[in-house]
Write a protein that binds this ligand. Sequence first.
Ligand code: DX5
Ligand code: ZN
Length: 234
Amino acid sequence: MATIIAPSILSADFAHLADEVKKVTDAGAEYVHVDVMDGSFVPEITIGAGVVKSLREITDAVLDVHLMVEHPETQIESFAKAGADIITFHVEATRHAHRVIQKIHELGCKAGVALNPGTSLSTVEELVEDADMILIMTVNPGYGGQKFIESQLGKIHMLYHMIEEMETECDIEVDGGINEETSVWVRESGANVLVAGSAIYGAEDVARAIKEIRGKEIAHHHHHHDDEYEDEDE
Ligand code: DX5
Ligand code: ZN
């Protein structure tokens, strides 16, 4: 599966967002990752639907909206109307995750479900079939520039196999601490949508950073050791 790169504008210069978006899409990024924080689910407040609406007017890239908000069911309509393509909410933020997926689909968007590092994969087992994407957080959400949490690699690999066994289609997105080095690990574990903020916007050569994070295409072998993530390509 081809890797999709989703630069997080959280690390961009908010005074020049249009230029910052163009910079990464010109460099080949397929998605633009928009981190929405409500000051409650996570401490900070960032971007609202109004910003998404303005971004929709200046780019054709896929707008990948990551809602780090309580009660996502109350917010999805405004983000859908603003022009989001994918709306991802946290499974920890609602009692009715399946209904939120249905609502996102009714609004004509793709639905993603995000899991904090401390949240078990079992919480999304019943959602994988209907969700378009599962987002495995590889840092605790709230800030850019944090260190990658290696224990999440096993979770990514288990999710990859869960999706395979269910014979369904579902993207695996990873977010937090993704750089040239960790991108290899997550791609080998089965992730196909890679979010990166500081590693892309902090780079002198953005195109080169995107190319490094994208890496070479990885061939997966499914016939052995299900419980390890270090599948070696033989
Ligand atoms: C974290 C956000 C991420 C963040 C990633 O709460 O969801 O999208 O911007 O930043 P880096 O890539 O710097 O860890
Ligand atoms: Zn994010």
